[in-house]
Design a protein around this ligand. Sequence first.
Ligand code: MSP
Length: 511
Amino acid sequence: MEKYYITTAIAYTSGKPHIGNMYEIILSDAIARFKRNHGFDVLFQTGTDEHGEKIEIKAKEVGKTPQEFVDEVSSEIRRLWDLLNISYDKFVRTTDANHEKVVQNIFKKLYDQGDIYLGEYKGLYCVPCESFFTETQLVDGKCPDCGREVKETSEKAYFLKLSNYTDRLIKYMEEHPEFILPVSRKNEMINNFLKPGLQDLCVSRTSFKWGIPVSFNKEHVIYVWIDALANYITNIGYDVDNSTDEFKKYWPVDVHVVGKDIIRFHTIYWPIMLMALGLPLPKQVYGHPWLLFQNDKMSKSKGNIMYPDDLVNLFGVDAVRYYCLHEVSFANDGNITYDLIIDKYNTDLANVLGNLVNRTISMANKYFTGTVSNKGVSEEIDSSLINLVNEVDLNVSKYIDEFNISEALTVIFDALRRCNKYIDETTPWVLAKDESMMDRLETVIYNLLESIRVLAVNLDPFLPDTSKNILKQLNTNDMSVTFKDREFSGMENEPLFQRIDKEAMLKEINE
Ligand code: MSP
């Protein structure tokens, strides 16, 4: 079996995650499920990023130790991932003892071989972003990433020599045009960061304690990004001189799915760490766009955060998954509001999908007391439907490989719309009035049932519960993705995605 290793960024444990963070995990879950269904031996890893000054400060604010604080947030994140039906195989925490040990070993190895050296750091530091900046990098005297105050810091620190590896990295990027997705971000990395020359990266801190100590100089803790990036290898069994078979099997990773804001860390610092360790580089890094609230960044200070619990309570898990996956495209940010979710729910999930399944099973039960097979009384219009449905898997597969998940879903929903149109065109209720048309009617209903079955199978990676529910209603567990001759019987109709009364729900939400 071919392996497929996919990871998400590991979420900060500085606070409860919001629906923005959810997008990435839902996206990665859809890909992981798709690959599993297509015969890959998938390893899907996610987790939490638990060190750093910000967490130390937050914990203090609420009178907890950093460990107590991250224990709570990490389990809350895990609870939400489970709520969203995320099929991760591994959940890594950067406070795991093994991770901490291996990160120390990595740091020591790089120090021993001269890639890391002790120097002095003078600079401007942004605590929330855990990043140093030079004067010229600031925007209006503030952090260029988050716009908050930076503070002047001077300390003895360890540095990672990035310059040793710049040329090799540029060469790698140029020889692997698909290494960074979207491809436009590759040029940005090369032209804005690599070509002007990289300053050595400061990889230790002495100004706070909540981090992994440098094993041979305990006053220093390891820079949180070095610690965090290493999760992708520590948690699958890497160690500097003795890695497990699991590591040998799954590394290099097939894709790191990360947000657009952290592409630089994954395509410059991380590959350089790997080169220094003598390990192969990731096959791909996909920097996805963001999910915005009313086209704005969600943040606690703006009070515009939507939480996954609330959304799941109102709409159900699969509707939330559907909205996120459909709304954010391969390269453009998506927008989320209650108004938009309700509209999408009603048009796509209730009208297109729910209605089709409901209408079709009801007709099967009404006209044929629930037992339907292919009577083979075909008309031309049937083959256009069947051909379209048979091609869905291939088209979805192509879009998944391009990380264009929104398009993949569109392919399926276009086919569902086509089925609804087929009902309008074949008018089963008219056929039902004519005794001589019974076999034609049964063929029509059969074509619809089998189309729904195939499309439900296609929906599985995106809307896993709904997919299973539809297959249960059809009383089949056949997961093949092409049309077959079969008999449907014992079907039970249970309405899916009932229309939402928008005004009533918005009123409820506002209250
Ligand atoms: N801890 C670092 C990642 C370390 S990976 C070795 C981090 N954490 S984060 O919690 O801030 O973000 C986790 C992921 O969520 C990132 O990939 C980030 O881009 C993504 N998102 C955060 N807000 C988002 C949206 N509003 N929309 C979509 N993704 C967003 O960065």
